[in-house]
Design a binder for this molecule. Structure first.
Ligand code: DC
Length: 226
């Protein structure tokens, strides 16, 4: 079974997807972490973020590992080294959003995402997991929340992680990333046909989880009756 959860940044996709995957015993596939890992590597190697060919080659030759651990949550590995924290830096967020506009990079990462999911039951999270990566997913969800609320959440998250930012800065960055994610020609952010929409501005994560597990139960029931 494949469940996709897409939506803009700060909507609580990661929490929702991780909780659901843990509950169902499914693999959790954080596709955004993969764009972040490619962006981080490009920054470290000094590759210009407009060098389409260079970045596509880089995406193809990069090994990205996503490992769930009981004690420390999901860890992200870039060519074998743990970059879980480094990929969350604000500079990497902006770079990832640029790198994600490139078709070649997307093609390389979509292939890796499908390979990771092959034969497995998965909860995938991102911007295009329902529209492109897993078009035949059993359940597609599109999470939204207001810009103000999403920025507030991201701000708290960054503060907790020790990054020095202001709320105004985070609002500006969130708006810029939204615009880039929605307007890009390659796999723009939009709800997949048939996706269930959840507005998470005023919901607790437990309420989102309840809704998601209800949907999953409905899908499983339908599959049994078929
Ligand atoms: O979900 P996130 O903030 O970790 O994603 C980082 C960037 O990668 C974000 O700007 C959007 C992009 N992204 C994408 O284009 N497609 C995906 N499936 C996942 C993320």
């Amino acid at each position: 079974m494949i469940v996709t959860i897409d939506g803009p940044s700060g909507t609580g996709k990661s929490t929702a997807a991780q909780n659901l995957a843990r509950h169902l015993g499914f693999l959790y596939l954080d596709t955004g972490a993969m764009y972040r890992a490619v962006a981080l590597k490009a920054m470290r190697e000094g590759i210009c973020l407009e060098d389409k060919k260079g970045l596509t080659r880089l995406a193809k030759r990069t090994r990205i590992g996503l490992k769930g651990t009981r004690a420390r949550g999901v860890r992200v590995f870039l060519d074998g080294s743990d970059v879980t924290r480094a990929i969350r830096a604000p500079r990497v967020s902006q770079a990832a959003s640029l790198v994600a506009t490139l078709r070649g990079v997307r093609r390389a990462l979509v292939a890796k995402q499908r390979a990771i999911a092959a034969g497995a039951s998965v909860v995938a999270e991102g911007r295009d997991t329902g529209t492109v990566v897993f078009r035949k997913a059993d359940l597609k969800v599109f999470l939204t929340a207001s810009l103000a609320e999403r920025s507030r959440r991201r701000f708290e998250e960054l503060k907790r992680a020790g990054h020095r930012v202001t709320l105004a800065e985070v609002v500006r960055q969130t708006r810029a990333r939204d615009r880039r994610d929605r307007r890009r020609a390659a796999s723009p952010l939009k709800p997949a046909p048939g996706a269930l929409r959840i507005d998470n501005t005023r919901l607790k994560s437990s309420q989102v989880f309840d809704k998601l597990s209800d949907y999953v139960k409905q899908v499983q029931k339908k599959a049994l009756l078929r």
